[in-house]
Design a protein around this ligand. Structure first.
Ligand SMILES: NC(=O)c1ccc[n+]([C@@H]2O[C@H](COP(=O)([O-])OP(=O)(O)OC[C@H]3O[C@@H](n4cnc5c(N)ncnc54)[C@H](OP(=O)(O)O)[C@@H]3O)[C@@H](O)[C@H]2O)c1
Length: 333
């Protein structure tokens, strides 16, 4: 019996490579629960994976989607121990994608409750991006206040905008990068922004900060980012933009080189949320719970959702390719 619908990447390519499969819901094992997915975001990593450039999805046939909001259809002893009963509204990040489906069978340890007043479409815009920003920020090292200078690459992006907000709340001096296209949005977050296309953008960023950075969050893998940092600083890489057609191998190489510089000057760290979610479950849940609460209370500004029907996944993917800064495409089942 087909009791769920799931988006499938049938081959690597553009949005036409997607299909929707009717299939049986995986049977819950042990303490697994069933979630009826109501909303799931379509983000940069989904697009990269669909095109065949994502290192964690080397073969077609997978269901994209890292994060979701939904309703618990069943409960288990573990979900009840976590305070999650049938009917609860929950959010989560999956370690291996798969959220672009109408129902999920999964361990409740991936789930946290969504605050009552928080709209489901809004809540679905940010679990992966906000957890990435928060985890990357922590990896830049301890310490708060204006003496701590942070560079955020792609400050207008989904992850970057959260990193800027979180670091600003800690009182850090934050400088962002963006292109002319999205610069105004990044500046609206209250930080100086330099255009990463300009020749001496690392120097301009250091001058805007009043000195070299002791932390940077970067999703490009560009070697030059190191020039912006003090020798004792920490550069956190969240992604490695590869050459077209070589994204996966370039990404693996970038991660290996960053790992070799773990004790360098500046040092480098790689921030992988799939790995974090898989291996640090209580820590991940605490982080996501705090971020949902910060958005609910207005302390963090989430993106504005652009909601598309689940059956319109093709249009949703096309929209996500050109989404404006401060907005996020969300599938609604
Ligand atoms: N490590 C993890 O676990 C994890 C989790 C989530 C996402 N990611 C990855 O993180 C990256 C960013 O994700 P996102 O959702 O924030 O993407 P996004 O919303 O598309 O934002 C990317 C931002 O980067 C900027 N940008 C583009 N080229 C740049 C360059 N050469 N130098 C500096 N900035 C540049 C863009 O600004 P302009 O449009 O102005 O160029 C845009 O604001 C993606 O590669 C994604 O796959 C990793």
């Amino acid at each position: 019996m087909a009791d769920r619908r799931a988006v499938r990447v049938s081959r690597f390519g553009d949005a036409s490579a997607l299909g929707i499969a009717d299939e049986a819901l995986p049977r819950p094992l042990g303490n697994d629960v069933v979630v009826r997915v109501t909303h799931a975001s379509v983000g940069a990593t989904d697009l990269l994976a669909r095109r065949g450039g994502y290192v964690f999805q080397p073969l077609p046939g997978f269901t994209p989607g890292y994060d979701f909001v939904g309703v618990l259809e069943t409960e288990s002893a573990v979900s009840v121990a976590l305070g999650l009963r049938t009917g609860a509204r929950v959010a989560g990040v999956l370690p291996r994608m798969g959220a672009h489906a109408t129902r999920l069978t999964l361990s409740p340890t991936f789930l946290v409750a969504v605050p009552d007043a928080l709209d489901s479409a809004v809540a679905a815009t940010f679990p992966l991006d906000a957890v990435t920003a928060a985890a990357a920020l922590r990896l830049t090292g301890p310490g708060t206040g204006p003496d701590r200078r942070l560079l955020v690459q792609g400050a207008s992006g989904a992850v970057g905008a959260f990193a800027v907000q979180l670091a600003t709340h800690e009182g850090r001096t934050v400088v962002g990068t963006a292109s002319a296209r999205t610069r105004a949005f990044a500046e609206s977050l209250g930080i100086p922004v330099v255009d990463y296309h300009t020749a001496d953008w690392t120097g301009a960023a250091r001058r805007a900060a009043g000195g070299p950075f002791d932390g940077a969050i970067d999703h490009t893998g560009a070697p030059r980012v190191r020039d912006a940092l003090a020798p004792g600083g920490t550069l956190v890489r969240t992604a490695f933009a590869g050459r077209e057609g070589h994204e996966r191998s370039d990404s693996l190489q970038g991660a290996a080189e960053a790992a070799l510089r773990r004790h360098g000057h500046p040092r480098e760290r790689v921030c992988s949320i799939p790995y974090f979610v898989l291996t640090r479950r209580p820590h991940y849940r605490a982080l996501l719970r705090g971020l949902l609460s910060a958005v609910d209370s207005g302390r963090l500004q989430p993106p504005t959702p652009e909601v598309h029907a689940f059956d319109d996944v093709w249009e949703a993917n096309r929209a996500a390719e050109h989404v404006a800064p401060g907005r996020k495409v969300v599938l609604a089942a």
